[in-house]
Design a protein around this ligand. Structure first.
Ligand code: TXA
Ligand code: MG
Length: 326
């Protein structure tokens, strides 16, 4: 069932969570599929609803940065980032505190735990009403597009009557949180996001990206992920017959087979992530644009090049995984 996230609905949803049910809720990054992180049965329900491999651990969400220390061991770097960037789109992978009460299934039996304090009024209100830790992966079946609107969640789980969806508008950031591994001496970004090394390094020193094929700790890495049903064609400089176009910036030099110019394409086949070439705007529009073009009936989606720096690193990471064949 889908409800507008009024305070009454949030209180009811918190009770459903206590009863072991799943509740999808908005966050500033993407919508999450929440469950009581201390309940083995509730965590099993997440893995089953998402058809997610059991070895892929979940992020545990907290209402306040000050709660983190109950579940994990925070060194000085973690304390600094928690104090500076939480609430916000940053997930920290930390050594788990022994006997922290979190279901072993939520952390896939790892000695570490991923923690995040979301910056969204509904996510915060739900965590506060539940008054405990919520495991919440993105609210999509494993491997598919992340939802940035309640309607996306409904489309993904339309046959699952057991999931309550709290609707709270479009996710402002639109890309999943940056996952930063601080359980090792050298800080490593396991998943790129809006929080970039440029933002982290002044606070904690050198940060590197996980090597492709090297330290794969976040099982989203390398495999097909964030995928549309329609194949993607990246770094496109033209649009072929029956293709849709996902543009970035001014598409005036993109030739469209049989039509001529991108500006003359039918509305159903054309989305622009950001006409102005703004990467933040592009991130906000990213998943919704892919959802829409995926419904268009096009044989492929031609995607214009997105610059490989700043937030472009996170966007290109998602596009590359989405374009990977099984
Ligand atoms: O923005 C987000 O992070 C969203 C919202 C709902 O908070 N959540 C999200 O969760 O994207 P999910 O499950 O789709 O992605 C979690 C990522 C996965 O790549 C997982 O492998 C990684 O975090 N992860 C979780 N626990 C980990 C751990 N202990 N060590 C390494 N990676 C971990
Ligand atoms: Mg996900």
């Amino acid at each position: 069932m889908l409800y507008q996230a009024t305070q009454d609905r949030i209180v009811e949803a918190a009770q459903s969570l206590r009863d072991g049910q799943l509740v999808a809720f908005p966050s500033e990054t993407v919508y999450g599929l929440g469950a009581d992180a201390t309940s083995d049965a509730a965590i099993a329900a997440i893995y089953s609803a998402k058809r997610r491999p059991a070895h892929n651990p979940l992020i545990v969400h907290l209402a306040h940065a000050s709660d983190a220390d109950r579940y994990a061991i925070l060194d000085l770097r973690a304390q600094t980032l928690a104090a500076t960037l939480w609430p916000g789109p940053l997930t920290l992978v930390l050594p788990a505190r022994p006997n922290n009460g979190i279901s072993r299934h939520a952390t896939a039996n790892l000695p570490t735990i991923a923690l995040r304090v979301p910056a969204h009024p509904v996510a915060h209100a739900l965590l506060a009403a539940f008054d405990g830790p919520l495991a919440a992966p993105s609210a999509n079946p494993s491997g598919l597009l992340s939802p940035t609107a309640a309607q996306h969640v409904a489309r993904h789980f339309n046959d699952d009557a057991n999931i309550t969806i709290l609707a709270g508008g479009a996710s402002a950031i639109g890309l999943e949180s940056t996952v930063l591994d601080l359980s090792v001496p050298e800080a490593v970004i396991l998943r790129a996001g809006t929080i970039t090394p440029e933002e982290l390094e002044p606070l904690i020193g050198p940060v590197r990206f996980a090597a492709e094929g090297g330290d794969i700790k976040a099982p989203g890495q390398l495999t097909r992920h964030y995928a549309t049903k329609t194949p993607l064609r990246l770094n496109a400089v033209d649009v072929k017959e029956n293709e849709a176009l996902l543009a970035f910036g001014d598409p005036k030099f993109i030739g469209v087979s049989g039509i001529g110019f991108a500006r003359d394409m039918p509305e159903a086949l054309y989305r622009n992530l950001s006409r102005a070439g703004d990467l933040h705007e592009a991130a906000t529009n990213f998943y919704a644009s892919l959802f829409e073009l995926d419904q268009s009936g096009a044989t492929a989606i031609a995607v214009m090049k997105i610059p490989p720096y700043g937030l472009g690193i996170a966007l290109n990471d998602r596009l590359q995984r989405a374009a990977t064949k099984e």
